[in-house]
Ligand binder design. Structure first.
Ligand SMILES: Nc1ncnc2c1ncn2[C@@H]1O[C@H](COP(=O)(O)OP(=O)(O)OP(=O)(O)O)[C@@H](O)[C@H]1O
Length: 251
């Protein structure tokens, strides 16, 4: 499998001389195409810092990060906005939908911005809406749909461009358990059927149990890594709880 992300010796130091804080100490990991990887760890461990750096909205103090064969650390802001549009998909806890656009318009916006032909847009929106089970609400506005439907719209928008890497930040954080399961099952289906590559930061062991691999971060470093392999989701869930217990701290 192709390597989608390669992080080497990534460090992030906040503050200035005399008052420095190392949020990321020395992070090394790869993500291969088709992985569904979870990032967990106690509050303050460095998860958001890592996610912000991989999202290209923050820069590391040192280290190398390649995403889709491009070095994101040395890119200029103008290249970065093209890079984000062409290679990354984002799913946030609070959805970030545009209220003045319908569900369908929200989903097709990134395709329209990339000047994808109209017919192709129709096909792709139809397909992704089908995967996330939101065909029936395509003409509704965000304020007329539920939180779960908003998140499935946001996930459709993130994935309709077929990005190299989808970055999800607590995507189930604001959802009830039924909506969370619906979302996670749809993400899993896309991951398995389309080989979509997903990295999800979450505090929730249940959500994490849908991943195939989990990296645990503590004090700015990788503390442990576990793989689901042939385990059932319940078995994996228990393993996750065990590692979290050994990590200590609030999650
Ligand atoms: N802009 C900043 N300036 C100084 N310190 C920062 C800054 N941003 C984060 N930190 C510190 O870096 C550490 C890691 O923060 P980060 O937000 O990445 O943790 P986290 O694992 O995402 O935590 P949580 O689960 O609570 O969101 C924390 O100690 C935090 O206080």
């Amino acid at each position: 499998m192709k390597t989608i992300l390669r992080a080497r010796n990534v460090q992030k130091v906040y503050g200035s001389k005399g008052n420095q804080y190392k949020a990321l100490a020395d992070i090394n990991f790869d993500i291969k195409e088709g992985e569904f990887i979870g990032i967990m760890g106690p509050s303050g461990a460095g998860k958001s810092t890592l996610l912000n750096i991989l999202s290209t909205i923050d820069t590391p103090t040192s280290g190398e990060i390649m995403i889709a064969d491009q070095n994101i650390v040395t890119m200029k802001e103008e290249q970065l906005s093209d890079f984000r549009r062409n290679n990354l998909g984002f799913i946030f806890q609070d959805y970030n939908l545009l209220d003045t656009l319908t569900v369908k318009e929200n989903i097709l916006l990134p395709l329209a911005l990339s000047k994808v032909p109209a017919k192709e847009i129709e096909n792709r929106v139809e397909k992704i809406a089908d995967t996330f089970g939101i065909q029936g609400i395509l003409d509704k506005y965000p304020y007329h749909i539920s939180g779960g439907q908003k998140q499935r719209t946001a996930a459709s928008r993130a994935m309709v461009t077929k990005p190299s890497l989808i970055l999800a930040d607590e995507p189930t954080g604001a959802l009830d358990s039924k909506s969370a399961i619906d979302l996670l099952e749809s993400l899993t289906a896309l991951n398995e059927q389309n080989l979509s590559t997903i990295m999800m930061v979450t505090h929730d062991a249940f959500a994490a149990s849908f991943c195939k691999r989990i990296l645990f971060i503590k004090d700015g470093g990788i503390y442990a890594e576990i793989h689901k392999l042939q385990q059932s989701r319940q078995e994996f869930f228990q393993k996750i709880l065990d590692v979290l217990a050994s990590l200590g701290g609030g999650h």
